[in-house]
Design a protein around this ligand. Structure first.
Ligand SMILES: [Zn+2]
Length: 447
């Protein structure tokens, strides 16, 4: 597999086409308003938010993919001196607004790049995505799975977001005289805030930039920038700290709620000779040690029956509301699609775990890295089918000027290149239905 023909969430290397899974800043590192390297495939929502994050970006470079249908991309295979045929299908990643997984098929077989994803099997959206993915695979094994391995360690178990959201509501309702601050990023956790607002029949304060994002996402009546309108405020995660909360408490009683999957592990312990478990917030490094050998079924039960709300400080509650899959969900996902090879997309972080370490027994990890080739007849069949599918490339509808938009959060190094066999780059054509065809010629790309 050569490098540099298709890039996933990577912007520093020359490729023929680029795919953006979502707009969290650890996936856009290197992308800027002056981007000219080539076309970027993304979701409709991402395209809508794009000018907000990258003012003055040349929006003609964006290619919108709607979920659930195959789109053909023709790349030049210099080794063969001819076009090589790649198809891509976008699938809902159920992470933050606009987040996609990308399924590719071509001479190299089938590959899936999950980006950040939550495979929440109790949710209808995840079940729709699962059906879409299995139908798209048509019984084929996945040759390569590029997996969100953020929580790929048995240490990480957390409940559904629905359940976690209700716990957040319970904590707020239990503090009727307090102001509440909730730490969030610049994108994501909107469903949690909407759930709180609807359950408690209140508005939620957000900072002005975040209000613009909410409006772009279609939330017009739930959020406000007037502090006098509500006692619940969603604040940037970077401003959420013990010091801030201590300062706020010197004026009014205030509690902070941090919704995140990161700090949660289960710690078994003994009380008066009986075995109990509690959920603790610890560093991920410690977490690995604490849960080694703990039966996952037991832990699941504990989580269901537990309050799983930790008061990690006098003023702070941590609740495991996560937009990433926990270990059990990752395991179910891998078990379901049975990939021949798996590679983690998070290659460097405080919680990096090589998926092979914990998941090897679920797929053919002992086999040498080898990708099956699809037969020419299969490729022609896909090509024919795709001609019948609807597909469109639409320019984002709205543009909003704004200050630069940078994401607070974990810094991660993405290993996101998907390399399609070919050896040099001279031209890209994106095959479209004939009446709406778009062809990108070599002048559009750097040498
Ligand atoms: Zn993300």
């Amino acid at each position: 597999m050569e490098r540099g023909l298709i890039s996933m969430d990577r912007w520093s290397e020359g490729s023929q086409v680029y795919f953006l899974t979502h707009l969290h800043s650890d996936h856009t590192n290197g992308l800027s308003s002056t981007w000219r390297r080539g076309p970027i495939f993304c979701s409709r929502i991402t395209a809508k938010l794009f000018p907000f994050k990258f003012p003055n970006f040349d929006l003609s470079l964006l290619r919108i993919l709607d979920i659930g249908s195959w789109t053909s991309v023709s790349l030049l295979s210099p080794s063969a001196g001819s076009k090589t045929f790649v198809q891509v299908m976008a699938i809902d990643a159920h992470h933050c607004p606009g987040a996609l997984m990308y399924l590719f098929r071509g001479e190299f077989g089938y590959m899936l790049y999950t980006g950040d994803f939550r495979w929440e099997i109790t949710s209808k959206r995840a079940r729709v995505g699962m059906t879409m993915l299995l139908n798209a695979l048509e019984g084929h094994r996945l040759d390569m799975l590029n997996l969100d391995n953020t929580y790929c360690n048995p240490s990480y178990y957390f409940p559904s977001r629905k359940l976690a959201a209700q716990k957040v509501v319970d904590v707020i309702a239990a503090h009727p005289e307090h102001d509440i601050v909730i730490g969030i990023d610049r994108l994501g956790k909107e469903d949690l805030l909407v759930h709180i607002a609807q359950a408690l029949k209140i508005k939620i304060w957000v900072w002005p930039e975040r209000l613009q994002t909410m409006h772009l996402l279609g939330f017009h009546d739930i959020f406000t920038t007037k502090t006098s309108s509500t006692r619940v405020r969603a604040v940037p995660r970077y401003s959420f700290s013990i010091e801030t909360l201590e300062g706020l408490n010197s004026m009014r009683p205030t509690i902070g709620i941090m919704p995140s999957g990161l700090p949660w592990v289960v710690k078994p312990h003994q009380v008066n000779g009986s075995r109990f478990s509690s959920l603790l917030s610890v560093s991920p490094h410690k977490g690995k040690l604490l849960l080694n050998g703990t039966n996952p079924i037991v832990v699941e039960k504990l989580i269901r029956n537990s309050e799983f709300v930790e008061r990690s400080h006098e003023y702070i509650y941590s609740i495991p509301y996560s937009d990433h899959s926990c270990f059990n969900e990752i395991k179910e996902f891998v078990r379901l699609i049975k990939p021949l090879n798996v590679k983690g997309i998070v290659s460097s972080s405080s919680c990096y775990v090589d998926p092979l370490y914990h998941l090897a027994h679920l797929f053919s990890a002992t086999k040498p890295l080898h990708l099956r080739k699809l037969l020419p007849q299969q490729l022609e069949k896909f090509r024919r089918e795709e001609r019948d599918e609807s597909m469109e490339t639409t320019k984002p509808e709205s543009m909003l000027g704004s200050d630069n938009w940078t994401e607070a959060g974990w810094k991660r190094t993405m290993s996101g290149n998907i390399n399609i066999p070919a050896s040099r780059l001279s031209r890209v054509s994106v095959i479209r239905r004939s009446q709406r065809g778009v062809k990108i010629v070599e002048d559009d790309f750097p040498a």
